[in-house]
Design a binder for this molecule. Structure first.
Ligand SMILES: *Cc1c(COP(=O)(O)O)cnc(C)c1O
Length: 494
């Protein structure tokens, strides 16, 4: 047998050269913005068609791959990192966040156990303490980082179930048991779909999620919550947890958490707060009240990868009692025991499903450190101000209607031309056609990307401001574009 020669990694000289080229590329991208439509204009399959069917037989120089990135992949990018990406909610890769990702990749940590990365573990716990304090949450909360709010809420509901250790779900499961009542989770009809997914994944059952109606500004109705809990109890079911939302996905409404906490206390329910988007507003002086009542929660999630300038992915999951997470998830096989350190350390694998853990805390640490509390607060306050200015403009402008309060930096509205009446009973349908056309034209122009929702059946455009480089000029230009398109489309649809 011939000897297999050593080849090793790519040469460090090539690494250095390609690395510098990538950093320069990113710096230009940040400085100049995308040179392409913000919403990718490719057809399904177009990117794949530009890619080889199989991995190359022999290695290719990285420089060649960077060219291919430019020609094949770049046209298939939707530019989340553009100041005029105003769809959904923002997800911003700021300078310090990007560098944190790079550094984390370079050192390749896996903080599954304290000893497999003492720095990874201790920095994660410390920056989440920082974030907790920035949000004004009580010190009893401890947090760790997971990929998404969807997983944070899943973990919260699993901990809620484990908090009822008398149910013995961890050991005995849920299927085939006659001694286990139906479990119920409660969230508003405006709650994020991830809550329902979590309920499905935990085996609680989709039909056992009670979707509580909302009031005229899309907040959970506490009277309806109370009634649902009482009905379920009377019927022999077991109310387990309530998920309150601070900043709902469609309209950014804020559920009345203090009153919901009261219901939870009365009935012994776990209170989880989904503040994935809106929670960070509490950093802004004068806006602390967005998290009012959350000091009484059992768990809470905020996503730094949304409106806190940290690149995907980084979801901060806080719990009042990490012992309950550990009770739900800790499982230590022999090969993961560490005899030299005992209970004085946290092994982050004990706090959730995943074993391996990348060093996400590094980017959050750099973001929080580079901008500081005041710098973050000023940037968030600026976005809130831009959103309020836009709301004022909408309220004063004929032919456009605002459809929800602006609680954060997202504005919900629709164009409704003066003189359009409901004589034929088709006004809603015509307004939907008009507004959908305005959005499609705006997005197709490539200068902006907006998304829509439905609020109480009404087709609604959403404009979410949250990119770290968005300025007043951006918002003004986008608004003027939308107004012009609305006039054109209204004339066309009539
Ligand atoms: C965005 C969002 C989610 C889902 O976030 P992921 O991190 O993408 O899972 C959940 N809840 C709310 C309120 C959100 O805005």
């Amino acid at each position: 047998m011939s000897e297999t020669p050593f080849e090793g990694d790519m040469p460090v000289t090539e690494f250095r050269e390609a690395g510098h080229r990538i950093v320069d590329w990113i710096a230009d991208y940040l400085e100049q913005g995308p040179r392409a439509p913000i919403l990718a204009a490719v057809r399904p399959g177009e990117v794949a068609a530009g890619l080889p069917e199989a991995a190359p037989e022999e290695g290719r120089p990285l420089a060649e791959m960077l060219d291919e990135f430019q020609t094949v992949l770049y046209p298939g990018l939707t530019h989340w990192n553009s100041p005029r990406f105003m769809a959904y909610f923002p997800s911003v890769a700021s300078g310090p966040g990007i560098l944190g990702e790079m550094l984390a990749a370079g050192i390749g940590q896996n903080a599954m156990l304290w000893r497999t990365s003492p720095a990874g573990t201790e920095l994660e716990l410390r920056v989440l303490d920082w974030l907790r304090d920035l949000l004004g949450l009580p010190e009893v909360f401890r947090g760790h980082i997971v990929d998404t709010a969807s997983i944070s809420s899943f973990l919260a509901m699993a901990a809620a179930r484990e908090a009822r250790s008398d149910l013995q779900v961890r050991t005995r499961g849920m299927a085939g048991r006659t001694d286990l009542p139906v479990l119920n989770v409660y969230a508003s009809e405006e709650a994020h779909s991830s809550i329902e997914k979590g309920v499905i994944a935990l085996g609680i059952g989709q039909e056992n999620l009670r979707k509580i109606p909302t009031d005229e500004v899309f907040r959970m109705r506490v009277d309806a919550l109370r009634q649902a809990v009482e009905e379920d109890r009377a019927a022999g079911r077991l109310p387990l947890a309530v998920v309150a939302t601070v900043g709902t996905t469609s309209s950014t409404s804020i559920d009345p958490v203090p009153e919901i906490a009261e219901v939870c206390a009365e009935h012994g329910l776990w209170l989880h707060v989904d503040a994935a988007y809106g929670g960070v507003a509490a950093i802004v002086p004068g806006h602390e009240q967005v998290l009012a009542g959350c000091e009484r929660a059992d768990s809470l999630v905020v996503n730094p990868h949304k409106w806190l300038f940290t690149p995907m992915d980084c979801s901060a999951f806080f719990v009042r009692d990490p012992a309950l997470l550990k009770a739900a998830f800790s499982l230590v096989p022999e090969y993961l025991t560490s005899r030299s350190v005992g209970d004085e350390v946290v092994n982050l694998m004990d706090w959730g499903v995943q074993l391996g853990r990348r060093f996400r805390a590094l980017k959050l640490w750099l973001v929080l450190s580079r901008f500081g509390r005041q710098g973050l607060a000023r940037r968030l306050a600026y976005h809130i101000q831009l959103a309020r200015e836009l709301a004022d403009r909408i309220d004063a402008q004929p032919g456009v209607e605002r459809l929800a309060p602006v609680n954060f930096a997202t504005v919900c509205f629709r164009f409704q031309p003066e003189g359009w009446t409901d004589e034929d009973g088709d006004l809603e349908a015509r307004l939907e056609r008009l507004n959908a056309a305005v959005m499609e034209k705006a997005n197709a122009g490539g200068e902006v990307f907006l998304s829509h929702t439905k609020l109480k059946g009404r087709y609604t455009l959403r404009l979410s401001i949250g990119h770290i480089r968005t300025t007043r000029e951006d918002v003004t230009a986008v608004w003027e574009l939308l107004t012009r398109l609305a006039e054109e489309e209204a004339a066309r649809i009539g």
